[in-house]
Each structure stands twice: as structure tokens, then as C-alpha cells.
Write a protein that binds this ligand. Structure first.
Ligand SMILES: Cc1ncc(COP(=O)(O)O)c(C=O)c1O
Length: 395
């Protein structure tokens, strides 16, 4: 990882083996995911799992690439889902043969509960009201009831990404928790971090522990959600392993982690093409990659994605998408060779939270999805999109 942006969000990413990937091997726009990089992230997570005894799930919200489900399930214990459709994807594509599905949603709808119960092993409620309403069904189905708590301990710098920010709707505020609230609950869930190291997790646990201690003996598990950048080089994995072991031994609890980004970190690029170059006091590159359609976090987070091969020499070009949105701007880039119409380029670290968030605003084509094996150099197109994908979301 490189710098931190003005908003405190780390700026992605590392080129890894994409440094030698020839961009003209794919048609654009296109996500290229290196299965070797995914596997190397999975091996790190599996090592944390083995050494700590934790169970590690992939968070589908970050990375739902089911063509790689067999690879993911070779290393992890299951997946976590954010609602009815992800839970079905989890069961049908990832955990058909083995593995657990944990589903948390800010509010479950009655109509969805049947499907949720068919597909999920843990159903995690966001409020005591929802637990009272549906918890009995979860028990009757022989599944686990979870309750998300909000430790009311902020470690985030960006309120939009901080579940503990004031008035947050995410989780039961820990200061309100009573023994009655936890009646019938098998485990507690707390997701509080975003792209963070071990120390914020440790501080959160220390802040929550005095309030939780009296209840831990009656629980089976604790789920620390996602936001742990475990596969980043500078992550204190030894600290995490020690903390999990201590929790497991002291409180006899199973410990779950739900990383999303960490599974796909620096494992994918988004390849595009310069369609036109114009000038308005500065050089403007109009491309077939749209921030708003293909990388919405660029404008939402916001952040500037790193570009493969960028440098600090040459003329600066402001890259933007083909949409009508004035703010469909990706960032300013330079490279020694400059930029020309027809040039290919690639944004780094696009495997997570981009592919899962694409949309067809303005009828802009969706990027195809290609798996690359950086060891064998094999390239496999797993999905191509066309006009029908645009049409089928409308009527
Ligand atoms: C409940 C829950 N679990 C897991 C995750 C995955 O987080 P990350 O991809 O940052 O690891 C999130 C992300 O928002 C989440 O809300």
C-alpha cells in the first residue's frame, strides 16, 4: 500500500505481477484478476486461521467472484453475506459442499426469512427488536442467532466508513445492552473497522470488554467483522493471532473474522482505453472507464486509484469517464511516455469493491471479467456483458 489520502483512507495499490501484464491482451473495459495473487492472500489468511484457531470468512460484499469460489473455499471456512441474495450466492456457489454462511443485515424483511434460513448458518440481527421477531425461527431451524453490537468506540477517521460514528444505525449500542437483550443469542458480532491494522481492533476489544465480560460465558462465539487489512505487509499478524488465542482460551469462545478487502487486496486491475483527448486549461483524457459506473468508491470514498506504470514526469492528464456526469472524474495522471488516443491503461487494486458495485448508468458497458494466472500466464474470460445486461435491469 502507498500513501494515505486526505480522508485518511489508504491509497491503493501495488502492481505486483501486473507490472508485466500486456494490457492489449484484453478488450476494454475489463477487470483482470490474478488468481495467484488471490491465492497468496488466501494463504496468509489461512495461516492466521491455523495459528490462532479463528474461523475466517470471505465477505462477499467486497469480492463475490464466484468463478474463484473453489479456490476461496480451499483456504477459508465460509463466507459472510449482507442479505437475501448474497446469502443465496454464498450457499449455491461457495458453500454447497462445505463451509458456513453468516448473514447479517441492518434489517431483515419477513418475506426473506425463509430463504435466509435455508441458506445461512448464522443469522445476525442488528437490533433487539429484530432478534425478538425472528430469533425463534432461527432456533427452530437449528441455526445460530447473532446480535450485532456497536462498541461505541470510534477508530475511523471518515464517518461514512465508521460504524461507531454518532447516531450510527449499525448495531445495538453497547451502553444499552442488558442480559435480556442477549437471551437466546449464540454469538455477538461487531464490525467497526475499515482498511485498518491490528491496533484499532485491539483498542476496540479493550474498550468493549468491561461491558461484555459478564455475558461472555453464555455465548458460543464472537465475530469481529471485517475491515482488517490482514494481508497488507505492515499488518501485525502476530498481535492478531495472540489476541484471538487469548480470547478463545480465556472465554472459551469461537472467534470469527470476515475480511473482504484482505482477500482481494492488490489482486485485480481495471483496464481501459483513452477514447479522446481534449483540453480545458489542462489535458483531459476521456476514457471508457467511468468512476461512477465502474469504480463508484472513487467519488464516494473518495479516493484516487493508482495507475499501472504512472510516474511523476510528463504532462498531467485528468482522466474521466464517458458519462454525462461532470463529476465523473477519476484523477490526474502522468507517465513518462505521455498519453494518446487509443492508449491502454489500468487502475490498480480494483478486484474488491469495484466489480461488486458496477452499474450501467448512461448505458455504459460493464467491464468483462478475466482471470489471469501470473505463474502460467494463462488468461481466461469468465464473463462478458452486453446490451441485454443493460436492458434486463429496466422495463
Ligand atoms: C458486517 C461486515 N462484515 C465484513 C465486512 C468486510 O469488510 P472489509 O472488506 O473492509 O474487510 C464489512 C464491510 O463493510 C461489513 O460491513
Amino acid at each position: 500500500m502507498s500513501d494515505v489520502t486526505e480522508n485518511g483512507m489508504p491509497q491503493s495499490g501495488e502492481a505486483r505481477d501486473f507490472a508485466r501484464f500486456k494490457l492489449d491482451r484484453v478488450s476494454t473495459p475489463c477487470f483482470v484478476v490474478d488468481e495467484v495473487a488471490i491465492e497468496s492472500n488466501l494463504k496468509i489468511l489461512a495461516d492466521v486461521k491455523v495459528q490462532s484457531g479463528a474461523k475466517v470468512f470471505l465477505a462477499l460484499k467486497a469480492f463475490s467472484m464466484f468463478s474463484l469460489a473453489p479456490l476461496v473455499m480451499k483456504y477459508l471456512d465460509g463466507v459472510c453475506a449482507s442479505g437475501v441474495y448474497e446469502a443465496r450466492l454464498a450457499k449455491e456457489k461457495f458453500c454447497l459442499l462445505r463451509g458456513e454462511v453468516a448473514t447479517y443485515c441492518a434489517a431483515f424483511k419477513a418475506d426473506d426469512m425463509r430463504s435466509i434460513l435455508e441458506t445461512s448458518d448464522h443469522v445476525i440481527f442488528n437490533s433487539v427488536g429484530q432478534k425478538e421477531k425472528y430469533g425463534w425461527m432461527v432456533k427452530a431451524a437449528n441455526k445460530h442467532v447473532g446480535l450485532r453490537i456497536n462498541p461505541e468506540h470510534s477508530e475511523g477517521t471518515v464517518p461514512r466508513y465508521d460504524p461507531c460514528s454518532p447516531n450510527s444505525r449499525l448495531g445495538v449500542p453497547i451502553s444499552q445492552i442488558t442480559a435480556d437483550d442477549l437471551a437466546g443469542v449464540d454469538g455477538i458480532h461487531m464490525h467497526t473497522l475499515c482498511e485498518q491494522g491490528f491496533e484499532p481492533l485491539q483498542r476496540t476489544w479493550q474498550a468493549a470488554l468491561p461491558k461484555l465480560k459478564p455475558y461472555l460465558a453464555d455465548l458460543k462465539w464472537i465475530n469481529f467483522g471485517g475491515g482488517h487489512h490482514i494481508t497488507r505487509d505492515d499488518y501485525d499478524r502476530a498481535g492478531l493471532i495472540a489476541m484471538i488465542k487469548e480470547i478463545r482460551e480465556t472465554y472459551e469462545l469461537d472467534v470469527y473474522l470476515e475480511p473482504g478487502e484482505a482477500v482481494a487486496l492488490d489482486a485485480g486491475i481495471l483496464v481501459g482505453e483513452i477514447i479522446d483527448i481534449t483540453k480545458n486549461e489542462m489535458n483531459l483524457a476521456i476514457t471508457n472507464i467511468s468512476a461512477t459506473c465502474h469504480m463508484p468508491d472513487v467519488t464516494e470514498a473518495p479516493y484516487r486509484p493508482a495507475m499501472l506504470g504512472e510516474g511523476d514526469a510528463g504532462d498531467v492528464y485528468r482522466f474521466g469517464g464517458p458519462s454525462c456526469l461532470a463529476g465523473d472524474v477519476i484523477g490526474d495522471y502522468q507517465r513518462d511516455a505521455g498519453f494518446a488516443i487509443g492508449d491502454r491503461f489500468a487502475f490498480l487494486d480494483q478486484a474488491h469493491y469495484s466489480m461488486v458495485k458496477t452499474n450501467t448508468f448512461n448505458g455504459i458497458p460493464l467491464p468483462s471479467i478475466v482471470i489471469w494466472n501470473s505463474k502460467t500466464d494463462e488468461l481466461k474470460t469468465v464473463r462478458k456483458f452486453g446490451y441485454d445486461d443493460f436492458l434486463n435491469r429496466l422495463s
